[in-house]
Design a protein around this ligand. Sequence first.
Ligand code: PHE
Length: 448
Amino acid sequence: MAKSFHAQWSSRMTFILAATGSAVGLGNIWRFSYLVGDSGGAAFVLVYLLCIALVGLPILVSEWMIGRRGQKNPINSLAELARKNGSSQAWILVGVSGVLAAFLILSFYSVIGGWSLSYTLSSLTGDFSGQDAATIEGLFGALLESPGMLMLWHTIFMALVLGIVAFGVNQGLEKAVRLLMPALVVLLVVLVIYGMFSGHFGEALAFMFAPDMSAFTGDVVLAAMGQAFFTLSLGMGIMISYGSYLGQEVKLLGAARTVIILDTVIALLAGLAIFPIVFANGLDPSEGPGLIFVTLPIAFGGMTAGWLLGLIFFLLLTFAALTSAISLLEPVVEFLEERSPLSRVPATVVASFAIWGLGVAALLSFNLWDFTVLFGLNIFDLLDTVTAKILLPLTGLGAVLFAGWVLSRDSVAKELGLSGGAATAWNVAARFIAPIGVILVFVFNLVG
Ligand code: PHE
């Protein structure tokens, strides 16, 4: 008895760690803070929190449920469940667009992972110590202007991801998440406290939490929803895969709550660490993707032993980025393995090379290819926009519609351990609130 209880607990922990490892990454720190700055602050944060609760939670649970019932990769799970429930095979499109999104996201994600690696080294060599804000901004500018450096770091990051996935050492990595994730939280708290004393904390709080009605534009709302999908790793089949390894005993709603709280707390802490420094140094909050790479080194540069804190911070950030990147490569490799004659290692190499190549195009948009290709966006922004604002929400919409309308109501209520009013609430959320939320955001964006 005691033994089986222990076994269950341990598998639930591993699952939550894997899901958290995928969810917590550059999205929480790099992407969240730069979008908050870019989208005028509190309006974005508010819509983001609403999207996490009303749309993210039902979709996360739906994806896990599809995986656990299908017991296969996302595409085959959907195909089988659709067949069993007498529904159309067109549902597999949800899985296919997820794989495409993973491929596109990893290409630019690896470029930013490379920045994080590069900043780890710069912290170690003391590049930021005692430097003023302008010099530190200049260092970031110099990195962006150097295709060679960007390519070097992007290549190293992608090689690490390839190595880990090809040799299947993900397991050990997930165990490390257990230790490193709390360390990341502690470091962020230290930075928030630093911001309270040395930065313009009040201004940062107002910026993040006191919304200005005129800031609720269609684009801000769409960006906030895109971020909710991105940060929870939704709409790509990743959570469907993770669900497929899951035993029946795990309570999906409780697990989702844990993952979502961790993910959201880390993002909000990152914002509270970064904006006091932005305002204290007269920096522009809408400076874009470079925001954390300019602000945090300023804070580290001004602290005693800041090089050490910087080193630890960027190491932890790189680590969080790696665990997320691995979860992004996995579906692409799985897809190639099952749909082509390639076995695991060659499939990993082929997928990584293709992703690396697209990443090179993305990094050149900061320098040599600094021109717009479509809709006024360069390649980097286009990859980010098409995935986060279009592909992820649409794929997630498919997953929650499937769970709400195709899977039988009673079996879902039983699986989630819900009855009476709670079962009805889930049903309303999965059938109406989450899907209508996604659709409304699209409509609002068209008119707003
Ligand atoms: N959720 C990860 C992050 O916040 C990124 C990611 C997106 C990972 C989509 C997997 C799938 O950094």
